[in-house]
Structure formats: C-alpha cells, structure tokens
Write a protein that binds this ligand. Structure first.
Ligand code: PLP
Length: 424
C-alpha cells in the first residue's frame, strides 16, 4: 500500500481517516490489469462500464497519437473541429432516430445536469415553467447536485444535503423484471402521479432497462413503452440516462432499443471513448432544441471549458467505429450465455439471494452486504478484478474477453462463496 496515497488522496466514496486498501496498477493491456508487484488480474469491471474494448487497444492508441500530433485541445466557443463534427455525426446516426441535436460535455454527471437544464429551459421557453422531475427509486444519475436530486432518495445523499437539494417526485423501481411476464400493475403508481401532477413535471428521468449503481436491476421493456406513452399523453419530456447502458452493454446498442422508443433527451458517457478519456454527450430532438433557442434566454445556458475536447472526440470516433465493425452482438451474446451457465448455479448457495444476467452484465445478489476489503483481497489472489458494492457482486467485463478469461472471473465468485468469505 502506498502510504502517501492512504493519507492524502481521496478515492471514490472513501474516508481519509479509515482508508480501505488500494491496489496500485502500473499498466493494463487487453483485459488484464498489471499490479505493481507484477501480478496480473482479469478485469471484470471494464473500469466501471467504460473500457468495452479492454486496454491498450491499437486502434484507439493510434487515434489518440494521431490527434496529439494535431492538437489535444482547443476551445469550443467560436471554434469547431473535425473530431467533434465526426463524433456528433456518428452519434446522431446510431442513436434512436430523431435525437439529432448534440451537446458535448465532460462527464456523465454533467451530461445529466445538461439534460435537466434542457428540460427546465424548454418549459421556461414555452412560458409555462415546470420545476419538478420524476425519477425511479433505486436510480443512479451521478454525483453533482442536480444529478443527485434525481438519484434514489434513500441512499444517504438526500438526507445529507437536505435543504440544498431540490425535491422531486419518486416512484417505486419497476417491479416487473426483464424476464418476467409483463404486469401492468407496474405502472399504476407512475400513471397516477402523472395524472395528478403533470402540469408541474418537466420530465421523467430514468435509466432505461438497467438500473445500475442503485442496485443492478433489470426491468421489463414494456415499462419503458408505457413511460413513453404516459409522457406523450401528458406532454412531459422523457430523459433516458444511457450513460451505463449505451454502446452495447445490454445486448442492444442502446437500452431504449429494447423497447423501440425514442426519449426526448438522452445522456451518454462512460463507454463513449472506450474508457480512454472523459467525455459525455446529451442528445435531444429538433423540437426541444428549437423551443429552447426560441425562448427568452435565446441560447442554451451551458458551456464547459473542455467542451468537445478534440483528443477525447477523436478517440470516441475510433471507439464507435471499432465497436460497429466488430461482432459485438455475438460477443455480448456469448458473454451472456457463459454468465448464465456459470453464475446461475450459484443460486444454490445459502448466502445468495438472487442471480441475474442481461447482456454482458452478471449480478450475484447476496442476502447481506459484503466486506469489500476482505472479498477484494481474495479476488486479487484468485487473479480477478471484481469490485462489489453493498450486497452485489457483479461482472461487466470488456466485450473482447475470451471464455477462459471470463471463467477466471466466474470461478473467483464461486470460490469466495464456497469459502464463505463474502458472508463475513
Ligand atoms: C456513472 C453514471 C453516471 C455519472 O457519470 P460520471 O461520469 O461518473 O459523472 C450517471 N448516470 C449513470 C446511469 C451512470 O451509470
């Protein structure tokens, strides 16, 4: 462990007085992370949904090197450049039809802030301001204030920032799971809320199909179709946060494609650059964009310093090209089949509450929260990089993982269950 790091550097959601162990990574290649002591781990996390092609990807390295030889950054105010133009063309081409106006930002959370601001400006411009959003319990949309305000309210952050966070409406997480029979009961609460309060609701914000960091739950595509229909009926905007699900993770290019719907605003991030650089995008329709720009403000009021960073855009273009020219659907299906074969039998363990798989996402939900430091140390000994949270031990490997490499990950989970390490 690095002493300076432990004492001085915050990691995501950590304490500086009771730090947890951290593993120093010196390089990464393919699906392997190399630790400072030389050990190699198979990456089961894709560095939080991002590195879908793995690491040191020749095509992405080349795109970055080529762009470095031209310019790594230039301001986006009053200036444009080919990497941004090419990227936005690609995004418009592959996104649900009609999402053809693009705002580039620097992280997922900011893409969500931008989406919320678009919705606010839209209603302001129409002369009927609406200041409230509806979101789903168990949702996660990022760590900035606007994004936090639409995250699950019971996660701790709402209580901590009460008085500062705006208060919105929440409905229960969809009870109808992805592989269940569709049950219309699932939308009753939302339908009632919409009927009663639509005049104050600017938009519904949700993660389509997969609720990620708020619980790794997969819900029924019919739910999304119903939400779209309710939004149409009551004239409310639909914001789809595809930051985790975008670019093939669930088996469709975008999770909205499972339901064949088009949201009014869509947020992308994480895998957009194949995990090389931080970048995000918020897409919307001509109608929303035109309304905003014809409004009193006359412009959309946002403009980050590093907007449209050319280096990130160039790598994002290469990543999307690489994804689309690869057999990604077959790869994700293969991962899904293997995860089913090797994780579903783990349901037999007493510690396991539920196992579920969708696309390249495998989740083992336990009855009790795991001791992360303890379980992670054992995973590392077993050659696997898996980072559980709460009761969830899950895998979302790079799409290029081989079946032998994937087996290292599923075996590691089976082993900690057999050794009862996770149950404390
Ligand atoms: C990760 C995530 C975000 C936030 O993205 P950051 O890049 O961490 O700011 C927002 N929404 C969803 C669904 C995410 O998974």
């Amino acid at each position: 462990m690095n002493e300076f790091d432990l004492r001085h550097i915050w990691h995501p959601y950590t304490s500086l007085t009771r730090p947890l162990p951290c593993y120093e990574v010196t390089e990464a290649s393919g699906v392997h992370l190399t630790l400072a002591d030389g050990r190699q781990l198979v990456d089961g996390m894709s560095s939080w949904w991002a590195c879908i092609h793995g690491y040191r990807v020749p095509e992405l390295d080349a795109a970055a090197t080529d762009q470095l030889g031209r310019m790594s950054h230039v301001m986006f105010g009053g200036i444009t450049h080919q990497p941004a133009i090419r990227l936005c063309q690609k995004l418009v081409e592959i996104a649900p039809k009609g999402l053809d106006r693009v705002f580039l930002a620097d992280s997922g959370s900011v893409a969500v802030e931008v989406a919320l601001k678009m919705a606010q400006q839209y209603w302001h411009a129409k002369g009927t301001p609406r200041t409230r959003f509806v979101s789903l319990r168990r949702g996660y949309h990022g760590d900035t204030f606007g994004a936090m305000s639409v995250c699950d309210p019971d996660g701790g952050m709402h209580e901590l920032y009460k008085g500062f966070l705006p208060e919105h409406y929440f409905v229960e997480a969809p009870s109808c799971r992805f592989h269940d029979e569709w049950d219309e009961q699932c939308v009753v609460e939302l339908a009632t809320l919409m009927a009663d309060h639509h005049e104050e609701i600017a938009a519904i914000v949700l993660e389509p199909i997969v609720q990620g960091a708020g619980g790794m739950r997969f819900y029924h595509p019919r739910y999304l179709q119903w939400v779209r229909a309710l939004c149409d009926e009551f004239g409310v905007l639909l914001i789809a946060d595809e930051i985790a699900t975008g670019f093939g993770r669930t088996g469709q290019l975008f999770a909205c494609d499972w339901a064949g719907i088009r949201p009014d605003i869509m947020c992308l991030g994480k895998a957009i650059t194949g995990g090389y650089l931080t970048l995000s995008a918020t897409l919307t329709t001509e109608q929303v964009a035109t309304t905003i720009c014809e409004g009193k403000a006359g412009v959309f009021m946002h403009g980050p310093t590093f907007m449209g960073n050319p280096l990130a855009c160039a790598v994002a273009c290469a990543s999307i090209d690489l994804l689309l020219s690869s057999p990604w659907q077959a790869r994700v299906k293969g991962i899904e089949a293997q995860l089913r074969g090797e994780l579903l039998p783990l349901k037999a363990h007493a510690a396991v509450a539920n196992v579920r798989v969708l696309g390249a996402i495998g989740v083992v939900e336990l009855h009790k929260p795991v001791d992360v430091a303890l379980i992670q140390r054992r995973f590392v000994e077993l050659g696997a990089w898996i980072r559980p949270f709460g009761k969830l031990v899950y895998l979302m490997p790079p799409f290029v993982i081989t079946s032998d490499e994937l087996r290292v990950l599923t075996r590691a989970i089976a082993t900690v269950l057999e050794e009862k390490i996770c149950t404390g």
